[in-house]
Design a protein around this ligand. Structure first.
Ligand SMILES: Nc1ncnc2c1ncn2[C@@H]1O[C@H](COP(=O)(O)OP(=O)(O)O)[C@@H](O)[C@H]1O
Ligand SMILES: [Mg+2]
Length: 495
């Protein structure tokens, strides 16, 4: 049992061994089949040739002795005996002639056992003689008991005046043909063996070629899984499927590295952002303790800046929490039917006090009046409001007093709803434009810190929009204003 189990494991734990066994079996079976067929063909061809030439000899002899056969006298028997010996000697075959009832008239000897069949003996019981006496050419292959070799006989009926007057039997040992067949068999076996060896070598080599890179990759994957070490790429020097696998593997490593890099960068940025206000809070508290707390003029000033710093810290923490929750992918219900007009109105009202304070005009063109039933979106109302509030906050923040911020919602093509927030504020430099959706990216650090921005607003918005299968676009002219457009798939109520 143990032995079979070992073989089973050797075979099915390795692709290479499976290939090897399959190849060798196929090649061997195919070669064996071809060899057997070929040997069979060679033998039947040879026997056929032999039979033809023996038959010719029998006919020749028959022409010579048919008269004597009919005569059946002492003289005629002697002539027959001489003719038989002459033919047998010339051709190296054994010839026997019998009369019409199966008695031996002449025998050249040299037959099985090389002993002469005595004249007068009745051999009509031998199959080929029997056939020939009945008038057909008798053909038989028989093993000689004495020499243990196979003999081939052809017995030819000699006919005169419509009846059989005797039989000429010609026999040869098959040793030559058998020797030839044996030789051929050896040659075939050698070919099979050699092919087997070559096949084994080739499939071992192939298996190595296939196995090595696969093993390398699986070792690397295991290493990454265990230690997180992604310092190496797999070497890819091939254009086949394994090369492809290697490329995909490397792409995956590249992707993981990039994610790891972004994660570390995010943590570094977040810590830095948190550190600045925290240290400022520390200094204000120190100043208050050192006596500023007693000063009626300084005290309210310090407390105000303390409040602002804590606010900033709070909004930073809120954004960080939001983004990590969005990254986590869990949480909340994203499958409510949301009335987007309602969401936009809520967002605008949320920003109203800030706009008034900054003296920025905030216009809500609350659109889609024509088709209010299409204003439904499948998703999460609070998150969508958050996304729009972030855009509106920027628009109000980055638009100076007396500017205008306008919000419109309309149906766009492809069953989409377009929410457009337009301002005529400071605008965004074209070199910053591709980056503003990145985490912590700010076009103008000093100004945005002062305005309370965390650099995460647009990143959060983009994430929320993506989770609603939407897209966001921005157009901006530096110094003249910006337009942000959110496209969301409309989900018309089925009722
Ligand atoms: N409406 C806008 N007008 C001008 N600049 C904008 C506008 N919206 C975004 N920006 C630029 O994009 C940057 C990223 O925006 P955001 O992610 O909301 O961060 P922040 O916290 O700085 O507002 C901002 O710092 C600002 O430079
Ligand atoms: Mg912002």
């Amino acid at each position: 049992m143990g032995f079979f189990k070992n073989i089973y494991q050797w075979l099915f734990r390795s692709l290479a061994n499976q290939l090897l066994v399959t190849y060798i079996s196929l090649v061997t079976i195919a070669l064996f089949a071809v060899s057997i067929w070929a040997l069979f063909m060679i033998k039947s061809e040879s026997i056929n040739d032999l039979r033809n030439s023996l038959e010719v000899e029998a006919v020749n002899l028959a022409l010579e002795i048919d008269n004597d056969l009919a005569l059946d006298s002492e003289k005629s028997r002697n002539r027959i005996k001489m003719a038989v010996d002459r033919h047998a000697n010339k051709l190296g075959v054994s010839i026997t002639v019998v009369n019409d009832d199966g008695h031996v008239l002449a025998d050249s000897g040299g037959g099985p056992g090389s002993s002469l069949t005595p004249s007068g003996e009745n051999i009509s019981n031998q199959s080929e003689i029997n056939d020939a006496l009945a008038g057909v050419v008798g053909i038989y292959e028989r093993k000689s008991n004495k020499t243990n070799s196979n003999w081939f006989y052809i017995a030819y009926p000699v006919r005169a005046a419509g009846h059989t007057t005797g039989v000429i039997r010609v026999g040869v040992p098959l040793t030559d043909i058998e020797r030839r067949l044996n030789n051929d068999l050896y040659v075939f076996l050698k070919i099979i063996l050699a092919t087997g060896v070559v096949t084994t070598l080739i499939s071992l080599w192939m298996a190595k070629r296939v196995n090595r890179p696969v093993k390398e990759m699986s070792a690397m994957a295991r290493n990454i899984a265990l230690s997180g070490d992604m310092s190496e790429f797999v070497p890819v020097g091939r254009r086949d499927e394994i090369g492809e696998l290697g490329l995909s593997f490397n792409q995956m490593i590249g992707r993981l590295r990039e994610q790891e890099r972004l994660r570390q960068e995010f943590i570094a940025n977040a810590s830095h952002e948190l550190k600045t206000p925290t240290m400022a809070i520390g200094s204000v508290v120190e100043a208050l303790q050192a006596g500023a707390g007693e000063d009626p003029v300084l005290r309210p000033q310090f407390l105000t800046s303390l409040e602002r710093l804590v606010d900033r810290q709070t909004s930073l923490l809120r954004d960080l929490l939001d983004i990590s929750r969005l990254d986590g992918g869990l949480e909340d219900d994203w499958h409510d039917d949301v009335n987007i007009v309602q969401v936009i109105n809520d967002a605008v009202e949320q920003l109203r006090p800030q706009a008034i304070k900054k003296e920025v005009e905030l216009i809500n063109n609350d659109g889609i009046e024509d088709k209010p039933e299409s204003a439904t979106i499948r998703g999460n109302a609070l998150q969508l409001q958050r996304a729009i509030v972030n855009i509106l906050t920027n628009a109000v923040n980055y638009t100076p007093a007396a500017g205008t911020v306008a919000v419109t919602a309309r149906l766009a093509g492809n069953e989409r709803i377009a929410i457009k927030v337009h301002d005529n504020g400071v605008g965004i430099d074209s070199s910053d434009l591709p980056h503003i959706f990145e985490r912590f990216y700010r076009a103008d650090k000093a100004r945005t810190r002062a305005s309370g921005g965390t650099g995460l607003g647009l990143a959060i918005t983009r994430e929320i929009v993506a989770r609603h299968h939407g897209t966001i676009e921005v157009e901006s002219v530096f110094g003249r204003g910006s337009t942000f457009t959110i496209f969301l798939p409309a989900s018309p109520k089925s009722v």
